[in-house]
Design a protein around this ligand. Structure first.
Ligand code: GLN
Length: 554
């Protein structure tokens, strides 16, 4: 058994340059050398978890098996490491302070003053060690949220400094920085990177490695400049150019021997490397031949593609994982349902699949419902994720079961046909304003109905999936749904809650109450996404037919 080793990862110059991907890549490379690795994301804000944050601003809320609602980077970690993580892998300043204040109230500090700059770093270190124990990790990779130079993340950097003082051979720091190429200059500039490395030094931390992010590979001349200015060897400056596919990042690092270099600095004897499956996966994603157009229909805010795609990161990744295995490069088109309400369903002509991802609230919901009707009637593969299942149920109730004002009570609490309604236990929570961490969260076991496409996709009849919602299918409507051709494809293990709906006589029309995208991994795409993409690829074959607008029902 190794002594536990700790790698801290910070970011400099600007946010959004891929610190989570860099952290995940380092973790993957060390795992590929036969070590047990785990990762932690430390978010510097005071929220206890990411569940109360707006995904349009902060990116997707990722949910772990144990129900922890966390930053989307946990999704990257799980995807790269192909490991399930737990609440010890995510921390926030809010969590740190909550523990300290609870301890103080219980006289846990035995009369001492609780100091701002002493006790939080101690609490952070104890959490890092707890995470290492819980996950039986040889190596913990700890991602410091935010950018160096902010006050907010200083407590995490201080934890790094103290840990390094205590275990000099077991701790190292990787700094991800950015080299811009201003269009007016047309040349890559290294000064901001030098400044961010210096800024890190003001927190008492000398970077052991610098990952130099830039549009293109960083040349030797600039590596040397950074090295001299910051007292590093040019060998420890790793070039990190933009790549077509994020899963190329670890391979690019490994071409520069990053894992060997890290192991050496941590005094760990290297073991054999195995990245063969990963290489095959990257290759098949890059060389996929067919393209398929998928409409992602939702009630989006007009904030541009960048934030939008961040809010649905796991859905996008899951589609890509499954597409690569079907020899497809997917083209995802974000369709705001307000546009459908204004311009009609013609926008949806020519798509090979339609997805309605998770969502909350009522704006532009009628546009989503008519898109689902369009997919159902025109036999276009449809995949509804959580809200997408609930609205598929509303559409079916209205248009097939003739329950005219059917709705979800989240949007119309007065409807005569509450197809989707809130559970009693949830009602109380909402009334008492106990809104944080109180939805149906985390992993729940399901039981599939035999002979459904759902069960066939999994190849098994029981399994578990992750949830994040308050509303549920109303059991009163099970019978009429079954009678009219919508099968209850899965329920909770006790049979009490509906977990999936599936339309008979359709190439693929499945809605799930959970979020399968939270469990898809590049090396193990999710079975439902695989089945959906298979149906999409069949559609590509008959593209000539689906594209004939005259044949489509509007
Ligand atoms: N708003 C719905 C609910 O709370 C769906 C949530 C979701 O899509 N994650 O039940």
């Amino acid at each position: 058994m190794l002594r536990t080793k700790f790698i801290f990862v910070s970011g400099g110059v600007i946010s959004g340059i891929g610190k989570g991907i860099a952290t995940s890549s380092i973790a993957l490379l060390l795992k590929s050398r036969g070590f047990s690795v785990t990762t932690i994301k430390a978010d510097p804000y005071l929220n206890l978890d990411a569940g109360t944050l707006n995904p349009i601003e902060h990116g997707e809320v990722f949910v772990l098996n144990d129900g922890m609602e966390c930053d989307q980077d946990l999704g990257n970690y799980e995807r790269f490491l192909d490991q399930d993580l737990n609440s010890t892998n995510y921390t926030t300043t809010g969590q740190i302070f909550e523990s300290i204040i609870d301890k103080e109230r219980a006289l846990g500090y035995e009369g001492k003053t609780v100091e701002f700059f002493q006790h939080p770093p101690e609490e952070i270190i104890s959490r890092i060690k707890q995470c290492a124990r819980k996950n039986r990790a040889d190596i913990v990779v700890f991602e410091v949220g935010g950018t160096v130079g902010e006050y907010q993340n200083l407590l995490f950097l201080e934890a790094n400094r103290l840990l390094k003082l205590k275990y000099p051979r077991d701790v190292l720091h990787v700094h991800l920085t950015y080299l811009p190429i201003p269009s007016s200059i047309g040349e890559m500039k290294s000064k901001p990177a030098q400044m961010s490395i210096h800024q890190l030094a003001t927190a008492g931390i000398i970077a052991d490695f610098v990952l130099a992010r830039a549009q293109v590979a960083v040349d030797e001349k600039r590596k040397e400049k950074i090295a001299v200015a910051c007292g590093l060897s040019p060998d420890d400056i790793i070039s990190a150019p933009d790549v077509e596919n994020i899963y190329q990042v670890p391979l690019n690092f490994e071409n520069q021997d990053l894992s060997d270099k890290i192991l050496k600095k941590l005094y760990i004897k290297p073991r054999k490397r195995d990245l063969s499956d990963w290489k095959v996966m990257v290759n098949s994603a890059l060389t996929a031949k067919k393209t398929a157009k998928i409409a992602m229909v939702g009630k989006y805010f007009s904030t541009g593609d960048f934030t939008l795609s961040d809010a649905y990161l796991s859905v996008i990744e899951s589609i890509k994982h499954a597409a690569a295995q079907n020899d497809i490069k997917p083209k995802l088109v974000w369709i705001d349902s307000t546009q459908i309400e204004k311009e009609g369903l013609m926008i949806l002509a020519g798509f090979d699949g339609i997805v309605v991802p998770g969502g909350f609230g009522g704006r532009a919901v009628e546009g989503i419902i008519s898109s689902i009707q369009f997919a159902r009637q025109n036999k276009i593969p449809y995949f509804g994720l959580c809200f997408g299942m609930q609205l598929a149920a509303v559409e079916f109730a209205r248009n097939v079961c003739a329950l005219k004002d059917a709705h979800t009570t989240e949007i119309n609490s007065q409807t005569n046909h509450p197809i989707i309604h809130v559970m009693e236990s949830q009602k109380e929570k909402v009334e008492k304003k106990e809104l944080g961490g109180s939805m149906r969260l985390g992993s729940w076991e399901f039981k599939a109905t035999k002979e459904t496409k759902f069960a066939k996709a999994y190849g098994i009849v029981t399994g578990s999936e992750r949830h994040r919602h308050r509303y549920e299918f109303n059991n009163k409507y099970r019978e009429i749904f079954e009678k009219k051709g919508m099968q209850i494809a899965a329920t909770t293990k006790d049979g009490k809650l509906v977990e999936a709906l599936e339309l008979k006589d359709h190439p693929f029309f499945i809605g799930v109450q959970f979020h399968p995208e939270l469990k898809s991994r590049p090396l193990r795409p999710h079975p439902l996404y695989l089945a959906f993409m298979k149906a999409v690829s069949e559609q590509v074959k008959t593209e000539g037919l689906t594209n004939k607008k005259s044949l489509l029902k509007y």
